[in-house]
Design a binder for this molecule. Structure first.
Ligand SMILES: Cc1cc2nc3c(=O)[nH]c(=O)nc-3n(C[C@H](O)[C@H](O)[C@H](O)COP(=O)(O)OP(=O)(O)OC[C@H]3O[C@@H](n4cnc5c(N)ncnc54)[C@H](O)[C@@H]3O)c2cc1C
Length: 371
């Protein structure tokens, strides 16, 4: 199916909203169907760090890095404040063994062209005097990373969809499809039945269930994730960086921390084995205490909100992007790191849906690999 006139996008998270935005911008009539309110699932919970730091293999790293580079243009296109903050990321190790592995990853990333370097503890302290590094054995600094406010991105995209004549249906769930031959002719929701000539399935962790209705099978790897939002910190959390990640070689609780543009602090905590992901206040308070070990200015912060959602997580950890083999006019966008990847997936998926061209850059991520 090429040159669709009317596309239905299922899911109003950051990925669906970006695809809808790019389709609507190029003249396709787009309706978004969202079972709750937009941006309230993984996209709201997300730590929303824009990066390619921990991405393997090289091709997937490259996909993330190119998408990172697309964020500024995406922001310009949206013509609204999306809470984009740049400044880079800093992390360090605390043991000699940890430093060995750490340095070899820095070397690999440098070979891949990522803007990362090892800096001395003195330079780290000079760059970020508010961080308590302890006795670091190695410190890395990358200046290209940032973060964004996914809710603002989603609302910016959907507002543009409406301006282009599209509709956004909320509190309405997709229940089934009516097919004509192999292709979907209608989408059936809890409220209505809509005629369309193409469909995008961007339902986050619910995507496999919807794809199953169309005969495609792959699991969502169960992976609950949570973030804690504190009350407002009246001073800047960092001097110049956008995000700090505590040593991974110490065991215990790992802390990822950043400051929202309104001054509140977001903490994403976990162990090497799992995300600290229930909604208990005890865990959230413990995460603030752990954060204060590295960032003393956060010592008196209080828990304002605990967010929790299932991550969309394909079985091999890599995105699933493309038309479904069973249903040529259904396109799937199912991915972790959907915040980093939103500009890339939105633009490339819209191009593939509109023209039928299969881009090289998305070739490794086709749904066929699970057949
Ligand atoms: C704790 C945590 C930390 C993360 N950190 C990062 C990070 O630092 N950097 C990064 O790049 N990524 C990160 N991610 C991943 C990233 O947030 C997700 O990949 C991204 O938000 C996925 O967006 P989405 O639009 O696909 O899914 P979602 O945001 O989940 O949106 C899917 C939407 O589909 C709707 N829906 C579901 N079923 C139906 C239906 N039947 N009918 C209609 N609508 C339906 C849902 O209500 C939902 O609104 C993190 C995720 C979590 C949970």
């Amino acid at each position: 199916m090429t040159h669709p006139k009317h596309t239905i996008v299922i899911g109003g998270g950051i990925v669906g909203a970006s695809v809808a935005f790019h389709l609507a911008k190029s003249g396709v009539q787009v309706d978004v169907i969202e079972s709750r309110q937009p941006a309230q699932q993984a996209s709201k919970v997300s730590y929303a760090w824009i990066n390619a730091r921990d991405k393997h293999p090289f091709g997937y790293h490259e996909l993330n890095r190119r998408s990172q580079d697309m964020w500024r243009r995406f922001e310009d296109d949206l013509q609204t404040d999306i809470g984009l903050v740049w400044g880079g990321e800093m992390r360090w190790t605390a043991t000699e063994t940890g430093a060995l592995e750490f340095r070899s990853r820095i070397a690999e990333l440098q070979e891949w062209g990522y803007s990362i370097r090892e800096i001395s503890p003195e330079e780290a302290a000079e760059l970020e005097p508010g961080i308590s590094f302890g006795n670091p054995t190695s410190v890395s600094y990358t200046d290209s990373d940032g973060h964004v406010d996914p809710e603002k991105v989603v609302y910016g995209c959907l507002s543009s969809v409406r301006q282009n004549g599209g509709l956004v249906h909320t509190n309405e769930s997709v229940k089934s499809f009516i097919k004509s031959g192999d292709s979907i002719s209608h989408v059936v929701t809890t409220k209505d039945t809509y005629e369309c000539d193409s469909v995008v399935i961007a339902a986050g962790s619910k995507t496999p269930k919807i794809a199953e209705m169309l005969g495609s099978k792959f699991q969502n790897t169960h992976s609950q994730g949570a973030t804690v939002i504190t009350d407002v910190l009246s001073v800047p959390l960092f001097n110049s960086i956008a995000a700090m990640h505590s040593p991974r070689d110490l065991g215990g609780v790992l802390i990822n921390s950043r400051q929202l543009t309104d001054g509140r602090v977001m903490i994403h905590g976990g162990t090497n084995a799992r995300s600290i992901a229930d909604e208990s206040i005890e865990d959230a308070e413990m995460l603030i205490q752990e954060t204060a070990k590295y960032l003393p200015s956060t010592r008196d912060l209080r828990v304002q909100e605990v967010r929790s959602a299932l991550r969309p997580m394909p079985p091999d950890g890599l995105p699933v992007l493309g038309h479904l083999p069973s249903t040529p006019n259904a396109y799937i966008t199912y991915t972790h790191s959907g915040v980093t990847l939103a500009p890339m997936i939105g633009e490339m998926a819209a191009l593939e849906i509109r023209t039928g061209v299969e881009t090289e850059i998305l070739a490794p991520y086709r749904p066929e690999r699970f057949n």
